[in-house]
Write a protein that binds this ligand. Structure first.
Ligand code: GCB
Length: 577
């Protein structure tokens, strides 16, 4: 979690909006000001704000007017977008600032020279959410996607202006292990001058360490050992403050507090270790999805989600199927969740594995994701893809490229991807932890849970035999339930079938010592493209879309809050969350 002590101008609120189905706006110079408009709220996806925009896919324009105080005149104005789906082009007062492709990572532009101080300014953004097989994630149309979640468009994460002096902290990379080793790299932006001051503060504000040095280079690297630190863990998610300031003489030039946790993640002897001890992941696959706001989940709902997950005894989730918002990840650090951070590379197939350009684009997205979230103690693993059709050597090569890319960006965390092909997957050998999505008894053996669990059991054993040295994580298993639908005996879509499905799978998982955890698919119902096998929503949630519990939530509370030694044969102690 990072706090910048910089002047900030929040641009959340009502903006002007105009659809551009014929894509004429750029020729007609709409970037100088929209000719007509409707109201839209930012941050939030556009689709549900007006019934006629619900299934709109294509180009749309946004405009926002704002005032910049004259006293910021000597500072550099940055425009920060935390998330726009999918392509964005940005103008300020008619001047083009730049563009960005990719819906789930943030980007910013230096708006020096185009912002008017002490005056009104116009920010115009062209957003294009057209789906193509070359998008990340890929698809063809609203209801023909290679991924199973609704394709929401627009500026759906916060937008703000931030002001820095002409020397500033451009980037910060922190590695902090459970023994107190600290490795900090600061990238200085702008003019190289001044002095960098570091401090480590305990959770109650006591100074534990400090260091000052003159800035001679863009990159300042500090290694240190902090004594007596408490390790970060789900049981005790203790966050320390790494305070970085730039001084020039008497003046404070920039100031960033990074809230860090000291913890170590390793894969050793077929086990996933947290702070040197085996750890068992119990949790969920999830989505950023909420009625009306779409892909923006308001803070209050996120806090409810974390409290619900905790109350169920969960300690982990995967950011299925894209990096989540900064606020979402900040809460994961604070609530002590063990997060698998997933890249938005969902449903890749042969056309992608053969395409050099697509590989480059995938690497860029991964790099943006790693840079944005690499200092978080909650992120314990990266997932480079979900359900690639990786039964070929080409696919293995592609996953290997992604693996090596992440490895080089961050050598400290294990890497995985979620496989639906199991033993037939050629890329399992590449990664550190094997992740499997299992749906026997739902998509096959309809309504026959015994047969489904048996096949899931055999699949786990088969993959374990092929890769005996690797921990296996079940990244998805689940069944749909329409809330309020009951049946005895349990039948598909009833709350009872879902609860029984999860209980039977978990009973089988308890016999597998090579498992390092399981994530239920999924936490809450979420909107999907229309199709004959979805009822508007994907109903595999333990909670409805507005977070009301289904029967399975109660069943899982009992399963997850059992002593971990009962859940897991290796005798781990129960952690209070
Ligand atoms: C999966 C996918 C997930 C889907 C889920 C389902 O394997 O990873 O995105 O939503 O199955 O419910 O079919």
């Amino acid at each position: 979690m990072r706090i910048y002590y910089r002047p900030r101008l929040n641009l959340d609120g009502v903006w002007w909006f105009k659809l551009d189905p014929e894509d004429v706006g750029e020729n007609k110079k709409w970037f100088e000001g929209l000719p007509s408009s409707e109201d839209i709220y930012v941050p939030s996806s556009w689709n549900e704000q007006n019934p006629s925009w619900e299934s709109y896919m294509g180009v749309a324009w946004y405009e926002r007017r704002f005032f910049v105080p004259a006293e910021f005149r000597k500072m550099i104005p940055w425009i920060v977008f935390e998330g726009v789906n999918y392509r964005a082009k940005v103008w300020v007062n008619g001047a083009f600032l730049g563009g960005h492709e990719g819906g789930f990572t943030s980007f910013k532009f230096n708006a020096e020279g185009s912002i008017r101080f002490g005056e009104e300014n116009a920010l115009v953004v062209r957003v294009d959410d057209e789906l193509t097989p070359h998008n990340i994630p890929p698809g063809e149309s609203m209801n023909k996607t290679y991924f199973d979640f609704f394709h929401y468009g627009g500026i759906y994460r916060p937008v703000y202006l931030e002001f820095t002096k002409t020397t500033f902290i451009d980037d910060l990379k922190v590695v902090a292990d459970h023994r107190g080793h600290l490795d900090v790299e600061v990238e200085v932006g702008g003019e190289v001058l001044g002095e960098l001051a570091f401090k480590l503060l305990s959770p109650d504000g006591v100074e534990m360490m400090s260091h000052r040095e003159e800035i001679k280079d863009r990159r300042v690297h500090v290694r240190a050992k902090a004594r007596g630190v408490k390790p970060w863990s789900p049981e005790n998610p203790v966050l320390y403050k790494l305070r970085v300031k730039i001084h020039l003489g008497e003046d404070l030039i920039d100031w960033v507090d990074e809230h860090i946790g000291f913890r170590t993640v390793e894969v050793k002897g077929g086990k996933l270790l947290l702070n040197g001890k085996p750890v068992f992941l119990k949790g969920f696959g999830r989505h950023e999805d909420f009625p009306v706001t779409g892909k923006y989940v308001p803070g209050a709902v996120l806090i409810r989600d974390f409290n619900l997950m905790k109350s169920l005894g969960a300690n982990s989730f995967r950011t299925t199927h894209y990096p989540y918002s900064r606020l979402h990840m900040d809460l994961a650090d604070r609530y002590g969740f063990l997060v698998i951070l997933e890249a938005p590379l969902v449903g890749l197939r042969d056309v992608h594995f053969k395409d050099e350009k697509y590989l480059e684009k995938a690497k860029k997205v991964i790099e943006e994701m790693v840079r944005e979230h690499r200092n978080r103690p909650s992120v314990i693993m990266y997932s480079v893809a979900n359900e690639p059709l990786s039964s070929t050597d080409n696919a293995r090569g592609f996953i290997e490229e992604l693996y090596n890319h992440v490895r080089q960006l961050d050598p400290t965390r294990p890497i995985t991807f979620a496989s639906m092909l199991h033993a037939k997957d050629k890329a399992l050998g590449v990664v550190d932890v094997i992740s499997l999505n299992l749906y026997f008894g739902w998509y096959s053996h309809h309504g026959n849970l015994d047969a489904g669990v048996k096949e899931a059991d055999e699949t786990l054993e088969e993959v374990h035999k092929m890769y005996p040295g690797k921990p296996i994580l079940v990244t998805e298993f689940g069944a749909g339930a329409i809330n309020g639908l009951h049946s005895d005996p349990p039948e598909m879509w009833s709350e009872e079938y879902q609860a029984e499905f999860l209980r039977s799978y978990i009973k089988m998982f308890k016999q597998k010592s090579f498992l390092t955890g399981f994530h239920i698919w999924c936490f809450a119902d979420f909107k999907t493209p229309q199709s004959h096998f979805r009822t508007v929503l994907n109903r595999k949630g333990l909670f409805t879309r507005i977070r009301e519990p289904k029967l399975a939530a109660h069943a899982i509370r009992r399963e997850y809050s059992e002593k971990r030694s009962d859940v897991h044969p290796q005798g781990l102690k129960r952690g209070r969350l």
